[in-house]
Ligand binder design. Structure first.
Ligand code: RAM
Length: 360
């Protein structure tokens, strides 16, 4: 049996059977294999920055949620980049942002389909680990994008911006809007989401600064990246805390639903709202005075960088170790940071002055 057919047989076995059986049958416990399956920094061999970019690869995108316009834009960015690189794209994933067991099955499906790499936005940091490690054991490169898993469960994480910057700047934006005083709340996505939870931790850190001593965080609510639930959670926040001065919603689904609720209520323009939204979703709420300023990165660029990272890993140009660099086409050169994190850049703050310059 050739190496690649053994790999295929093992991949199918891994996806179809229990982990223990697949590991035993494929001899995956040898020292070399163990070295090979580690996440960032633990990949086998050395990076060869001069290696040719492989063509004809298949990269599977697995977002948190397929019918979320943010992920549609991100994954389209990935698809376009893969086409340019002569490789193929496929997308699969759950329709709700709280289906962690569904995400596990989708990872297993991609493993079974023997993709060369997968780009995953994790609904939960730990839930996917066993499945992702199994994928890596089958020589599939694993990139997380948007929302990370644990560092040893993937080869690299393509991050939209520094979590610290995102968390702190959202507090700064809201504090200015409410004059540094009053009750505030956070309307998040799923309770398990790695990205939102990391940002919320930094929001809490930022709030410790004495300049926010007159601001009180009264609640963190979860709308699960579902429009209706996020709308109802906003309504509930205002009922429970009628003196609320402002809301931070670090999710494109949440901020849109909160803006929709506030815009049709007596709180419009009075209860301030900021967070992470797409300019196209938020334009009308900026123009009608519901929202002053919010931020985001370009999701298509995030998807593009995830695709280019996956191809660079599959081509052997990088292994996921800190300090390795690779060229990402017209996006320029990127260097892998601590824990295998690749940063897209700084987010943009949108307001009435600049929002019409953006179309995503
Ligand atoms: C939602 C998702 C996604 C997050 C954006 C800001 O679309 O929760 O993970 O990055 O919002």
């Amino acid at each position: 049996m050739s190496k690649s057919s053994i790999r295929r047989a093992c991949a199918a076995l891994a996806a179809a059977t229990s982990l223990a059986l697949a590991v035993t049958a494929c001899g995956g416990t040898t020292k070399d294999d163990a070295k090979d399956t580690g996440g960032s920094g633990a990949a086998a061999g050395k990076a060869d920055p001069g290696a040719a970019t492989k063509k004809g690869l298949t990269v599977g995108f697995l977002p948190k949620q397929v019918n979320n316009p943010y992920f549609t834009s991100a994954d389209k960015g990935g698809e376009k980049a893969l086409k340019e690189l002569g490789s193929s794209y496929k997308e699969t994933g759950p329709s709700t942002a709280t289906d962690t067991s569904g995400q596990v099955s989708y990872v297993n499906t991609l493993t079974q389909q023997q993709v060369d790499a997968m780009a995953v936005s994790a609904q939960d940091p730990g839930a996917l680990c066993t499945a992702l490690k199994q994928a890596m054991k089958n020589k599939i490169k694993v990139v997380t994008y948007d929302s990370d898993t644990k560092t040893d469960c993937r080869n690299a994480f393509v991050s939209q911006a520094s979590s610290e910057d995102l968390g702190r700047t959202e507090v700064q934006l809201l504090a200015e809007q409410i004059g540094y005083k009053g009750e505030i709340a956070i309307l998040s996505a799923a309770q398990t989401a790695t990205n939102q939870n990391a940002w919320i931790d930094f929001m809490k850190e930022e709030l410790k600064d004495p300049k926010y001593k007159n601001i009180k965080l009264v609640k963190v609510a979860y709308g699960n990246d579902d429009a209706q639930q996020s709308f109802q959670q906003t309504q509930g926040l205002l009922q429970e805390h009628p003196k609320l001065a402002g809301i931070i919603s670090p999710t494109t689904v949440g901020i849109k639903a909160a803006a929709q609720y506030l815009s049709g209520s007596k709180y419009k323009g009075k209860v301030k709202l900021t967070g992470l939204g797409t300019p196209n979703d938020m334009r009308k709420y900026v123009k009608n005075g519901t929202v002053e300023a919010f931020e985001l990165w370009d999701p298509a660029k995030l998807g593009e960088l995830a695709a280019r990272t996956a191809v660079a890993l599959s081509s052997g140009q990088i292994t996921g170790k800190e300090g390795e660099s690779f060229k990402a086409g017209a996006m320029g050169s990127f260097t892998i940071g601590k824990d295998g994190v690749i940063n897209l850049g700084k987010p943009t703050v949108f307001n009435a002055k600049n929002i019409d310059q953006f179309n995503f």
